[in-house]
Design a protein around this ligand. Sequence first.
Ligand SMILES: [Fe+2]
Length: 353
Amino acid sequence: MKALFNLLLGVLFSISAFGQPKTLDNLEAKTLDETASIETIAFGSCNNQEKKQSMWKYICRNRPDLWVWLGDNIYGDTENMALMASKYEKVKNAPGYKILKSISPVIGIWDDHDYGVNDGDKNYPRKIESKNLMLEFLDVPLDADVRKREGDYQSFLLGEGENKVKIILLDTRYFRDTLTADTISNQRYIPNRTGDVLGDVQWEWLEKELTNSDARLHLIGSSIQVISEEHFFEKWANFPLARTRFLDLLVKTKVKNAVILSGDRHIAEISRMDLQGLDYSLYDITASGLTHTYKGKSEESNRWRSGKLLQEKNFGIIKINWSEEEPILTIEVRGEDNDLFMEQQINFNSTKN
Ligand SMILES: [Fe+2]
């Protein structure tokens, strides 16, 4: 069956290579069925529409039940909305992405570049128009809750019975306070010690999403890294009060089996920390980027890192084994040719795994 599927994929990709877009145009996007079982989730970030969109065929080989965009889905970086729309069109028309969309429903959140400005915050003037373009790119239904409120945070409860996963996607841009450039130390920004990332309404929403959820697994997408804190790029650690508030909220709500997914960094790494009051280790899995990577330094300090720092183009895969009392996750970071770069297991059955 798998061989047949791969053969079909190969045929579709070779059709696209020979320039017969009609076949691809006829592919129907797979819509999100909230009751369908979820066993394989693929995710990634940092996709420059001007660069080769070559990763999609390797992602397809994993037959994900869902694709999650974690931000910088395009490099918009403009206040010109027609230009931004044309950049989204480039990705939307990429043959490989069309094929992925026919296999997997797609959900997502933005980061700074697709929001509209590098390292952007609440002051970006076109954020309402930009949000609408993003929701259009993601084919978000016109009656979806996210269209009726500010920001593009969303949650999805997927699966049935005991095997439900809740995916919470946070908006770390629309309400984010400002940062001041640090011209003295080797950090890019001076931490905003009183500043916020999510804004009051999103905090309230998040607490509700985490409280009394009947999902057995919670995946929380944050475009910027939550746990890693030593590097000088964007991170929750630039807003220490908000970072502590977020971690405290996970403890306070006793959210069942939560894992953070992040992007933005043009590297891949897995960070892990133990929080007092949470009976499992908290992981932050960073998968970035799809079309380019950061190779400025061969090493980067992260005291929370579990495993290695990866500086190859990559995407993430989560395989969920629902058969035990608590889910067991196999985390994979893969790249071109579907090569496996990293693999780790998160077993929620063992305390502080
Ligand atoms: Fe970013």
